[in-house]
Design a protein around this ligand. Structure first.
Ligand SMILES: [Zn+2]
Length: 374
C-alpha cells in the first residue's frame, strides 16, 4: 500500500505533533507513527484542504476536532481517490475545489507583488532584499530541507563517510551539545553531521540542517573548541536560512516573485540546475558576520570556549598555502576577510557567558587517532 511522508497534530502527543506515514486504505486514511501509534480518519467524516505557505500541504480532518493529519507529498490526494473510490470521492472533490480557489489567491498575490516590485526594483533594491527575506521567513522549513537534498549527493561525492564511532561520534556529540541553544523549529530538523574523509580543511551545512565536516579539519584543529566553533558557525547558517536567502536573491526577480507568492518550486529548479552545493553554501559578508557572532554565542552557551573560532581563523591563515581545496569548497576561500572577522569576534567574546559543561565522551584526540594517515 502506498505510503506518504507527513505528520499528525494531536493534543495527546508529547509535542502536540509527530512525523507519520500516511496510508490511504479502502475505508480510511491511517497515519502510522514510528512509535507504533496509529491515527485513523474514516472517509465518512473526512474533510481535506490544501494550505500551508506553499499551498501544497494537504490537511486531513475528521470527526475528532483535535486530530489533524498533514502531508506535502505529491500524489496523496490521487491515492486517496483511488483507494477510497466512491467513499472518498466527496472529500477529494472538496479538496480540489479549495485548491482551485487557493491558486486564484496565489495568482492575485503574485500580481500585486509584481506591480509593487516593478515599481521598486530599479529604485530601491534594499527594500526588495527585505521583502525577499520576509518571504523566505514565511516559507516552511521543509523548503530548506528540499533545497538541501538537492546538494546532498554532491556532498556525498566529496569522499567516503567515516563511520568509525570515535570520529562520527565526536562530531555528533558536538552537534548534540550545541542543539539546545537553537530555536525549537531548528532543533526539530535532522541535524545530522557526516565526517567525510578528505585532506580539505572544511565544513559546511546545507539548508535544512545536514552538515559535513571534512576530516582535514579534525587533523588541523588544535582542540575541540575550534571544531565546535566552526560547527556552531555552520549551524547558524542553517538557523538563519542563509542558503535559502542567498539563492532567492541570486535566482533573479521572477523566481523571487514566485517565492513572495508562496511558491518555492522555481527556486528548487534553479538550485537543481547547476552546482547546488556551491550555490547553497556561498554567503554574503553580512551573513558570515551574523553566523560568526551568533555562532560564538551558541558555542559559549554549550560550554565550549568561544575563543576557539577566532583561533581557528588564525590557524587557517597559517595553513592556507597547503590547502588543496578547490576554491568553491574551501572554508578558507568561502570565508575571506579573516582579520576583520577575528577583530569582530574578539570584541564580542568578553561579553559572552560561557556555560559550565561536563567533559566530552568523545575526544578530538581519539577521533584523530582513528583517522587514517595521522
Ligand atoms: Zn560561513
Amino acid at each position: 500500500m502506498a505510503q506518504f511522508p507527513g505528520g499528525v497534530f494531536d493534543d495527546g502527543l508529547p509535542d502536540g505533533r509527530a512525523a507519520a506515514s500516511l496510508v490511504p486504505g479502502p475505508e480510511a486514511v491511517e497515519a502510522r507513527l514510528d512509535s507504533g501509534a496509529v491515527f485513523v480518519i474514516g472517509y465518512d467524516s473526512l474533510r481535506m484542504e490544501f494550505g500551508g505557505a506553499t499551498g501544497r500541504m494537504l490537511f486531513l480532518r475528521g470527526a475528532e476536532p483535535r486530530l489533524t493529519l498533514f502531508s506535502e507529498a505529491p500524489g496523496l490526494l490521487e491515492a486517496i481517490a483511488a483507494a477510497g473510490g466512491p467513499a472518498s470521492a466527496g472529500a477529494v472533490a472538496g479538496a480540489r475545489a479549495g485548491q482551485a480557489q487557493t491558486r486564484k489567491t496565489h495568482l492575485r498575490n503574485w500580481g500585486i507583488a509584481l506591480a509593487v516590485l516593478v515599481a521598486l526594483w530599479f529604485t530601491v533594491p534594499p527594500i526588495f532584499r527585505v521583502m525577499v527575506d520576509g518571504a523566505v521567513q514565511q516559507l516552511p522549513l521543509s523548503v530548506d530541507v528540499k533545497l538541501g537534498e538537492l546538494a546532498s549527493s554532491e556532498m556525498a561525492g566529496l569522499g567516503p563517510a567515516i563511520t568509525d564511532e570515535a570520529v562520527a561520534g565526536f562530531a555528533t556529540e558536538i552537534v548534540e551539545r550545541l542543539r539546545p541553544g537553537l530555536p525549537p523549529e531548528i532543533q526539530a530538523l535532522d541535524l545530522k553531521v557526516t565526517v567525510i574523509e578528505s585532506t580539505q580543511v572544511n565544513a559546511f551545512a546545507l539548508p535544512g540542517g545536514r552538515m559535513a565536516v571534512l576530516s582535514g579539519l579534525l587533523k588541523k584543529a588544535d582542540g575541540v573548541d575550534m571544531v565546535a566553533g566552526v560547527m556552531a558557525h555552520e549551524l547558524m547558517h542553517v538557523r538563519h536560512r542563509h542558503g535559502m536567502r542567498h539563492i532567492v536573491r541570486a535566482a533573479g526577480v521572477i523566481t523571487a516573485l514566485t517565492v513572495l507568492a508562496g511558491d518555492a518550486t522555481g527556486l528548487l529548479g534553479i538550485a537543481a540546475e547547476g552546482a547546488a552545493l556551491a550555490a547553497l553554501t556561498s554567503y554574503s559578508r553580512e551573513m558570515e558576520a551574523e553566523a560568526d557572532l551568533d555562532g560564538v554565542r551558541l558555542a559559549a552557551a554549550a560550554g565550549f570556549d568561544p575563543a576557539g573560532m577566532p583561533a581557528f581563523f588564525r590557524k587557517l591563515s597559517e595553513i592556507a598555502p597547503d590547502s588543496q581545496a578547490p576554491e568553491a569548497l574551501s572554508w578558507m576561500s568561502s570565508h575571506p576577510r579573516h582579520d576583520e572577522r577575528i577583530a569582530a569576534l574578539e570584541a564580542a567574546i568578553p561579553g559572552l557567558v560561557r556555560a559550565e559543561s561536563t567533559p566530552m565522551k568523545h575526544t578530538l584526540e581519539a577521533a584523530r587517532a582513528a583517522l587514517k594517515g595521522d
